[in-house]
Design a binder for this molecule. Structure first.
Ligand SMILES: *Cc1c(COP(=O)(O)O)cnc(C)c1O
Length: 341
């Protein structure tokens, strides 16, 4: 049995998803003529209460397009130190948009609304103009942490009060919604744009959608083209996204349950000194100094389990739809026997 806990991006389309993909109606999406892409964009926008959507090849692209459309050079974006946009998108905010970033702290990747206002600047010639706030939900590097509805509302209110735009990196927003028993529509009115990954826990092979108002998405379409992300008969991929939205949201609760079992198992092992609060499908933990992350990952590999070291002593496990209860039982038994040896 091969177990892959590196990421929820490793999932492969199920038979049913593949059948849906193969029978998709397609056209040239650069001409706006792919009915399946249009349907995915409309469906996802409606779910979150937005006017329009844009299908893109990746979550990095949807985030980077949002930054580009919302800002201009000499602007500044406020985000948490653990943000994906700050850590894992090759500093694209500087490369594509020529903006600066101001970092916030906050427990396990969540920013606090009250910390925003003191950072706002732009009155003086020597300061960049604070334009945009970005939050991530769930926070990948925070251990899959979730913002409550109240926390998001507070951030949104501060942004409105100070005329700042607000973008949500919702790569795993459905994990957050399922964990909180919330519907996507409850986010309506809070954000100027949302990026949603279809290729993570939702199990589609490729793609993300960017959501916003009509004017924002019209500009985003142009930026997608200059970034090289205008795809042609992309409906085959969009069909997988529609299938994922229709079939794979509720089952995320199973991934969360399995992640909790992994977290509880890890807490009982003497080689683990800390497990971050496990609220969704991600488990991040710190190893005792006597066991390096590299060594631990190698030992897991010898036992047919793939995982990622997240820094010298930190490991991340991610549960997903190709990680079954049978694999969970096997993973638990490996974690229990692995030890320092
Ligand atoms: C994966 C991820 C992205 C980017 O998605 P890609 O499709 O891999 O480019 C953005 N934000 C977060 C929080 C992610 O986990």
């Amino acid at each position: 049995m091969q177990i892959d806990l590196r990421s929820d991006t490793v999932t492969k389309p199920t038979e049913a998803m593949l059948v849906t993909m193969m029978s998709a109606q397609v056209g040239d999406d650069v001409f706006g003529e792919d009915p399946t892409v249009n349907a995915l964009e409309q469906k996802s926008a409606q779910m979150f209460g937005f006017e329009a959507g844009l299908f893109c090849p990746s979550g990095t692209m949807t985030n980077q397009i949002a930054l580009k459309v919302h800002t201009q050079p000499l602007d500044e974006v406020i985000m948490h130190r653990l943000s994906h946009v700050y850590n894992y998108e090759v500093s694209g905010y500087a490369f594509h948009s020529g903006v600066a970033v101001r970092l916030l702290e906050g427990d396990n990747g969540r920013i606090n609304a009250k910390d925003i206002a003191p950072l706002i600047q732009g009155k003086n010639d020597w300061e960049p103009n604070t334009r945009l706030v970005l939050i991530e939900n769930t926070v990948n590097k925070g251990g899959g942490t979730v913002y409550s509805l109240a926390q998001m509302r507070q951030v949104a209110e501060v942004c409105k009060q100070h005329k700042l735009l607000l973008h949500l990196d919702g790569a795993r927003i459905f994990n957050a919604l399922v964990a909180q028993n919330m519907e996507a529509a409850q986010l309506q009115g809070m954000f100027d744009s949302i990026s949603v990954c279809l290729s993570k826990g939702l199990g589609a092979p490729v793609g993300s959608v960017l959501l916003g108002n009509k004017q924002f998405i019209a500009k985003a379409r142009k930026v997608r083209k200059v970034f090289g992300g205008g795809m042609r008969q992309a409906g085959f991929l969009a069909a997988a996204g529609i299938y994922a939205l229709e079939n794979n949201i509720d089952r995320l609760a199973e991934d969360h349950r399995r992640a909790r079992v992994l977290a509880e198992t890890l807490q009982q092992q003497d080689y683990v000194v800390e497990v971050l609060p496990t609220e969704t499908n991600i488990v991040i933990f710190r190893l005792d100094d006597k066991l390096s992350g590299e060594k631990f990952v190698n030992r897991l590999a010898e036992n047919n389990i793939k995982a990622i070291a997240f820094g010298p002593q930190w490991i991340r496990f991610v549960c997903h739809l190709n990680f079954t209860d049978e694999m969970l039982a096997e993973a638990v038994s490996v974690l229990q026997k692995i030890g320092f040896y």
